[in-house]
Write a protein of this length. Sequence first.
Length: 207
Amino acid sequence: MSERPKFEVIDRRKMKAEEEKATQQSAPAAPAAPSAPAAPPEPAPGRPRLVVNETQSGAAEKSAPPAGEPDMGASLPPPTAQETREQKAAYDASAQRLEDLIRAQNPAAGPQPPVTFEHLVQQLYLTAMLQMGAGTQEGQQPRVDIVGARSTVDLLGVLAEKTRGNLTPTEDRVLQSVLFEARMAFLELTSMMTMQPVPPAPPPKKK
């Protein structure tokens, strides 16, 4: 089994300035020798780099996150308040252009309702139920992703833990109800799966 790809998180906020600087300073690369394989191109400054099965000397000495804990770039500095405001303004302008385009193509469509906390909770609940086979058409075999469903239900639990004391009574009631229903559905499904007889082991091959 091949090793899982490792991702290196790189700060993208200065990507444009660094790309322009690299373009101005770059020189034509010398052609590679015919007998030597072409080296893979270096990623553009500011872009993530995918590292797969790295075998260069010294690669084992590079620092890596512990097993099961991906490196999410915790060492990167957080964006400044000005960067956050500029990004939010650009995002809102882009979303408004998209809204105008959709309404121009379909004048009967009204404005999209704003996304609320209840939408987030309902989206996670719907995802969990679909992963547990809900919505399967009659006569078809349900497709169950029990591991994915567990992760989604756990996300609802994390959301409930991290937002405790910061929700309105309505938001808290919706979240607690959805979390209860999702956990109950998970318990019922896993109980049915564990009650099924274990298939016998295949007979040994004759030599």
